[in-house]
Design a protein around this ligand. Structure first.
Ligand SMILES: Cc1cc2nc3c(=O)[nH]c(=O)nc-3n(C[C@H](O)[C@H](O)[C@H](O)COP(=O)(O)OP(=O)(O)OC[C@H]3O[C@@H](n4cnc5c(N)ncnc54)[C@H](O)[C@@H]3O)c2cc1C
Length: 412
């Protein structure tokens, strides 16, 4: 039995799941979680949704305190790992203390991209990743009359919906030609553009911000655009994407490629170190391309894969990616990897929902839906079952995934 613990670096979604799955899988060696945020592990998705409205911190917690005690999982919070010594198999905290590991799982997540523009550090300019950020944003929202959101990605748009419902005027400024452009296709993007505009937000595409304006008390008063135009506002959210936290890995000489590079079983090039979640890049079994995903599904399923390997049951990672984003009354759900699609079939539902079937050549690779939860679940079933689904399969069932799922089950 190992005397040194499995150390889990980072106590977010992936870190917590590794610990929980290790115990569920029967691993009875020591487990030590080390994370730089204060308090118990919590989930981030509500930070840009319900938490902004309700501010209920208890509901964010992934597990109650008793869970860690009952499962003999040591949790060190507000403790930042400064470096890894691979030869000694130990990590050193910023306070100088060392902890030896049997195996190290890097679950250190991502951080928000900083915009190199004047005014990013003003009092009422906020970002959103942690509970502390959300508390600031919530407080800012109570006093704000016009919120400016820099970045039309998932987090910026979710906040825009909450701010609008709160009675705040909202302007979203996106530098790219469409919303959520890196993650979804044009039809779904357009649907959300119309929905946000219909809800009262001003959304401007192809619009870059050159600086954030301030008064003499260093409070933001608005933004200046690249063409010199000024937009006045009293709360600015910078939501310009995220970058993976790779520095611990880089300093330790591990391979990094848009994230800490891992192999098919999520091991780094050091067999004693794994990396998962937002910080890691892996080769997607379905496409053969190296990708990095920022989603709860990815963090949880990769954690389960690594925990199973550490408990003695190694298998390649091959989970179907899926994702959701709640923007007002519009629920976006994505099944599969749709970013690589070169063709789409769009179905508008009588209920106002939308389904976009995504193809790579003739192969069905994913489904984007808005307010069609049953279709999303059926797509996960069909795509997750393995085997190639072609356009003909879908045409035969009139693009009805539930019927296709039944037909495929009958054939197996
Ligand atoms: C506002 C917001 C809304 C979101 N909404 C959705 C959604 O609707 N759907 C969805 O699927 N996904 C959503 N996500 C993404 C999802 O939350 C992340 O993909 C998920 O949390 C990733 O888990 P992780 O464990 O890899 O990283 P994290 O949960 O970010 O955890 C990483 C932890 O490591 C800590 N850390 C970093 N460096 C060190 C160090 N050197 N030492 C110690 N600790 C360190 C970090 O502080 C952090 O606590 C959202 C994210 C945010 C920020």
């Amino acid at each position: 039995m190992p005397t040194d613990p499995i150390i889990i670096a980072g106590t977010g979604q992936a870190g917590l799941q590794v610990a929980a799955s290790l115990r569920q899988g029967g691993y009875d060696g020591p487990v030590l979680m080390i994370g730089d945020e204060p308090g118990l592990p919590y989930q981030r998705p509500p930070l840009s949704k319900a938490y902004l409205k309700e501010g209920d911190a208890e509901r964010l917690l992934l597990r109650a305190e008793a869970f860690f005690h009952d499962n003999d999982i040591a949790l060190m919070d507000a403790a930042r790992i400064a470096r890894i010594d691979r030869r000694a198999r130990s990590v050193t905290l910023e306070n100088g203390s060392d902890y030896a590991y049997e195996h190290l799982v890097l679950c250190v997540g991502a951080r928000n991209r900083r915009l190199p523009i004047e005014g990013h550090d003003l009092a009422n300019v906020v970002e959103l990743r942690t509970m502390a950020h959300a508390d600031r944003l919530r407080e800012g929202l109570q006093k704000a009359s016009h919120a400016i959101v820099i970045g039309g990605g998932f987090i910026g748009l979710e906040f825009a919906s909450v701010a609008g419902a709160h009675g705040c005027e909202v302007t979203v400024l996106e530098a790219a030609p469409r919303l959520m452009g890196r993650a979804i296709g044009e039809d779904t993007s357009r649907h959300f553009l119309e929905a946000h505009r219909a809800a009262g937000a001003t959304v401007r595409l192809g619009t870059a911000v050159s600086r954030i304006l301030s008064d003499d008390r260093r409070r933001a008063t608005g933004v200046e655009l690249a063409d010199g135009e000024t937009i006045l506002g009293d709360l600015v959210l910078i939501a310009a994407g995220a970058v993976p936290n790779v520095e611990l890995a880089t300093d330790a000489g591990l391979a990094v490629d848009n994230g800490i590079a891992v192999d098919s079983v999520l091991s780094t090039d050091d067999q004693a170190i794994s990396a998962i979640g937002d910080c890691a890049s892996f080769v997607a079994a379905r496409t053969g391309t190296r990708i990095r995903l920022e989603s709860v599904q990815n963090a949880v399923d990769q954690a389960k894969c690594v925990a199973a390997r550490l408990a003695g049951d190694s298998a390649p990672y091959d989970a179907l990616p899926w994702f959701w984003s709640d923007q007002g009354d519009q629920k976006l759900q994505i099944a599969g990897l749709t970013a690589g699609a070169d063709d789409h079939v769009v179905k508008e539902h009588e209920t106002g929902g939308l389904s976009v079937f995504c193809f790579s050549g003739d192969r069905f690779i994913g489904l984007e839906t808005v307010n069609v939860p049953a279709g999303h679940m059926a797509a996960r079933k069909v795509l997750g079952a393995g085997g190639e689904i072609t356009r003909r399969h879908l045409e035969e069932t009139g693009f009805d995934l539930r019927a296709l799922s039944k037909a495929l089950a009958g054939r197996r």
